[in-house]
Design a protein around this ligand. Sequence first.
Ligand code: NI
Length: 190
Amino acid sequence: MILKVSRLGNPVLRGVAREVAPQKIGDRDFQRLLDDMVETMHEYEGVGLAAPQIHVPLRVAVLEVAQHPRYPEMAPIPLTYLINPVVTPVDEHTIEDWEGCLSVPELRGLVPRYKSVRVSALGREGDKLDFVATDFHARVVQHETDHLNGMVYLDRMKDLRSLSYLLEWHRYALSEPPARKTGSTKAGRR
Ligand code: NI
């Protein structure tokens, strides 16, 4: 089922989400929640979705980049379920790049993120996940897990002056010469 996405101003986006009890992961209701999150992410062409974005204050996120229609140049990220994720930077190296968010529609902004992060979480079957995500993958993980702590990408921006409406972003930000700070055009909605 496609769910309604919460937008900035809804307190559910600013609360700290609760851990999922591992013994609940197999429950039919919880498994249906995971299906609904994926369906909702696909419907809105997001590359990730966190449970607070569908009004559920639990520490759950889904992510996937598979031949994204608007960003075919992105390296694919397999469909991943992150339950109770813990994210730790591998080192201090950060990269600034564009982000958008389904809960902050129509906007893009430049956000610094750790280049590589270690991710520990439970998967859809309660299985233990432990992997290192890099570059865009790391960015999506950090964006989604921020949602579980009541943060949105705007809170991470160093300078709000890059904030652009989509139309203007396409018209101006993407047409700047490659000498600018980041040459990338990646900006999935999460
Ligand atoms: Ni988001």
